[in-house]
Ligand binder design. Sequence first.
Ligand code: OFO
Length: 165
Amino acid sequence: LLSTEIESLLNQQVKKEAHSSSIYLSMASWCDRNGFDNSATYFFKQSDEERHHQLKLYKYLLDMGGTAISPEIANIKIEYNSFREIFEDALDQEIAITQSFKNIAARCHKEQDYVTMEFLNWFLKEQREEEYKARRALELFEVIGESGTGHWEIDKHVGKINYDS
Ligand code: OFO
């Protein structure tokens, strides 16, 4: 059984994952509209993954006898000032998500909720990959540069970002 506090933190996390999924979907839209096809594909995939994270948490809440709350999502940016801003936002988003999982983990330790802690390990490991990919994408702006056909090259390489754990 989950404590009220852990149940609430997990529901907040469900909402954060749903929010991430919507943000990435919006980024996919912007990239597609601006001709960055590989980045659009990348963000569609990220959006799917976040939806999967959301459902994983949602089902855990139900499996543990809790109430899973389907979240309302608001305030999704439609326009971005630049191609680079998208990747900056994406990295910030992942760092915030990692912090959020750390907070839940800290609470689990405090309450000795080792069952939820064990469940959260999957997400903590996943965040390593998520932050890595976001950082790699942003680094392309430095490595390749933004002048001339830079954005076109960056987009091409975003399509090849991979993580070997
Ligand atoms: Fe990319 O964040 Fe989910 O967990």
